[in-house]
Design a protein around this ligand. Structure first.
Ligand SMILES: [Fe+2]
Ligand SMILES: [Fe+2]
Length: 280
């Protein structure tokens, strides 16, 4: 019996080891697209129950962000720590994209919705592998350092709300990646680490697409409910996102990804005002 797409998603989510998870993720993505091109028997989306938390390897140790040691960004240790943090984000992203495929089976969506997130999961799998390759080429590996424990929080908070998931994950968190990646590329260019620069440039290009898919399906759902996308986005980010939206923003790449300034600037100004009150 061949697996349904949601069963494939659950298999990836239930695989702990990073390289094993991404290898399975890539195999399932390949099978899905071969079927979609008519080169193999059709695969049903089906319905499956994803775990509330994905399986993760014993290492890295997961710490509260406050307790993750900070290293000077200009040092070799700092660059390793930065790449390690990126690998952790990419592995989490693999799970996030398979989770959106599996978790919202009760919301009827066009088949293109699944195509987009399977493609994203496949790309995140490549991102994780590329960053691990760089880490290994400079004598480290994923798991060598502690990593942030809070990464799955956004998925848990939005486990019942597809529009909330789209607002927070691709349109806030992945959009943040567009803001910070050019600065990271500069750090590795200065250090002469061509392999890291190449990996981050692929990530930077492909992440625009992930934000764009988020915006596309968010607008689709708003249109189906006859709701104003900007107002709904603001309400959902206020409800589900607990961090701050911090400028500077990469306004050009955000625009390319279908995220206009009036979506994020009002929220940035709100969190700035809130932080001012807290600081007194
Ligand atoms: Fe990525
Ligand atoms: Fe992504």
């Amino acid at each position: 019996m061949s697996l349904t797409l949601t069963e494939m998603a659950v298999e990836v989510l239930s695989t702990a080891d990073g390289r094993a998870k991404t290898a399975l993720s890539r195999r399932h993505a390949e099978a899905w697209f071969a079927a979609r091109r008519g080169e193999a028997a059709p695969i049903k989306v089906g319905a499956a129950s994803p775990p509330l938390h994905p399986a993760r390897p014993a290492r890295p140790e997961l710490l509260n962000p406050r307790d993750v040691p900070r290293r000077r960004p200009g040092s070799e240790a700092g660059r390793i720590a930065l790449l390690h943090a990126v690998a952790h984000i990419e592995l989490n992203a693999v799970d996030l994209h398979w989770d959106i495929v599996a978790r919202f089976g009760h919301v009827p969506m066009p088949i293109g919705f699944y195509d987009d997130w399977v493609k994203c999961a496949d790309e995140e799998s490549r991102h994780f592998n590329m960053v691990c390759d760089v880490l290994e080429s400079i004598g480290s590996h994923y798991g060598a350092l502690p990593a942030h424990a809070g990464m799955w929080r956004a998925a848990e908070d939005t486990a019942e709300d597809l529009m909330g998931r789209l607002a927070v994950v691709p349109m806030v968190l992945e959009a943040r990646g567009l803001d910070v990646t050019p600065g990271m590329i500069e750090i590795f260019r200065k250090a002469g680490l061509a392999q890291a620069v190449a990996a981050l440039e692929v990530i930077y290009t492909e992440e625009v697409g992930h934000v764009a898919y988020g915006s596309k399906w968010f607008h689709f759902l708003c249109g189906r409910e006859n709701a104003d996308p900007k107002d709904v986005f603001h309400a959902l980010v206020r409800r589900y996102f607990h961090g701050a939206l911090k400028p500077p923003f990469n306004e050009e790449k955000r625009a390319e990804a279908g995220l206009p300034p009036d979506f994020y600037w009002p929220l940035a100004e709100e969190t700035e005002a809130r932080d001012r009150v807290v600081r007194g």
